[in-house]
Design a binder for this molecule. Structure first.
Ligand code: KG4
Ligand code: ZN
Length: 373
């Protein structure tokens, strides 16, 4: 237990939704291995994640995935100095599988176990890399943006463990909107990446789908209206029999579909990305002391979002930390990295053995630092 912080190996475990993942990270930033077993094939026929199926698959896969992560990293189990696990938020049955595995391993090894917040872990995804390609230290404070299937929020971060939320979605998360529009367009599950690909073959119509106007200075997001706009343009505007009769009496034509799938995808993508970018610009205007933008979550893999955020960074002289593709989606490397940072702050004192899973996040629900452990 006497290795310096920069040498300590943390095993990360992530089972919050439908990826079973394990990783070994050295010194909180060097990723020695990053194994992700996706369950997409198990859930695709239901077009969404089925919690019961997910938990069972995690139970079958978690230890083989851990073993693979140790082997890939060339690490012996006895060299692991702590075990970090995503224990909130997520599907409770899924989270409990990871928590049980993490506690069992930590107990057997006599090392600390730490439960970390999955949303917070996405914020450190741009601060890790394989040996020799680790990003440098962050200049704090930084603006943080999490864009995933369950969350869309912005934070002002004073360190990788301390943050204050400054904006969040008031309805759907941006990834959720991607997945729902993909379903409308008949794309395979999970739809976000498919929609991103289709959008590149389409033409974004002008003026495009309307962006939600919450309040002139708000940093909150809203994506549910874009979903409706996509539905109506692709399938046509639904009509009651009375409305149809009135329209026919006026001799007006039916409001049928007005765009093909590729153009809907491109128009939706343009609107969704513009909505995120608008709020990021507004937050950077408000917090000129933030010279770094940390980005994380599955939608940070989106081609247009990456391009637009990099352009903002370039124009403003702000360093944009986009995660490498393998750390955008749910992964355990970000969990291990955050676990390391929290443990280093606590002098490597882990959680109590009674630590358990929670379906919700308390990360930054209140004032500055409120969600930080
Ligand atoms: O972070 P993540 O793996 O899981 C959550 O914590 O929610 O994010 C998954 C989300 C899904 O909604 C998925 O469709 C979306 O990220 N996603 C994308 C892309 N790749 C993944 N959305 C848009 N464009 C992409 N390229
Ligand atoms: Zn996630």
């Amino acid at each position: 237990m006497n290795a310096p912080d920069a040498e300590r190996l943390v095993l990360g475990i992530e089972t919050s939704c439908d990826e079973t993942a394990a990783a070994v990270v050295r010194g909180g930033r060097t990723v020695l291995s990053n194994v992700i077993a996706s369950q997409h094939d198990l859930h695709s026929e239901y077009r969404g994640v089925v919690p019961e199926i997910a938990s069972r698959a995690h139970a079958e896969r978690v230890l083989p995935v851990v073993r693979r992560a140790l082997a890939d990293g060339g690490v012996a189990l006895r060299d692991v100095r702590a075990v970090a696990v995503g224990n909130r938020p997520g599907l409770i049955g899924s989270l409990l599988v990871g928590v049980g595995a993490a506690k069992g391993l930590a107990w057997a090894l006599g090392v600390p176990v730490i439960g970390v917040d999955h949303v917070q872990a996405h914020l450190v995804a741009g601060c890790i890399g394989p040996a020799g390609a680790e990003p440098g230290p962050v200049r704090w404070p930084a603006l943080g943006l999490v864009v995933s299937g369950g969350h869309t929020s912005m934070y002002v971060c004073d360190s990788s463990t301390r943050a204050a939320r400054i904006g969040a979605t008031i309805d759907d998360a941006v990834g959720e909107a991607y997945d729902k529009v993909a379903t409308i367009l008949g794309l395979p599950f999970p739809g976000g990446p498919e929609l991103d690909r289709l959008a590149q073959t389409g033409r974004a119509h002008r003026p495009g789908f309307p962006l939600a106007r919450i309040a002139p200075d708000s940093l909150d997001f809203s994506f549910s209206g874009l979903k409706t706009a996509a539905l109506y343009t692709f399938r046509g505007v639904p009509e009651s029999p009375q409305a149809r009769a009135r329209r026919e009496a006026r001799g007006e034509p039916e409001h049928g579909p007005t765009m093909n799938a590729a153009d809907v995808a491109a128009t939706f993508q343009e609107a969704a990305v513009s909505a995120v970018v608008l709020k990021v610009q507004r937050a950077l205007d408000r917090r000129p002391d933030c010279r770094v933008l940390l980005v994380g979550g599955g939608v940070s893999a989106n081609s247009l979002l990456r391009q637009r955020l990099l352009a903002i960074g370039e124009a403003r002289g702000v360093e944009v930390r986009l995660p490498r593709m393998e750390y955008c989606l749910d992964n355990a490397a970000m969990v291990a990295a955050l676990g390391h940072a929290i443990l280093a702050e606590r002098n490597w004192r882990g959680d109590e053995w009674s630590m358990t899973a929670s379906p919700s996040t308390a990360f930054c629900a209140g004032p500055a630092g409120a969600g930080a452990p």
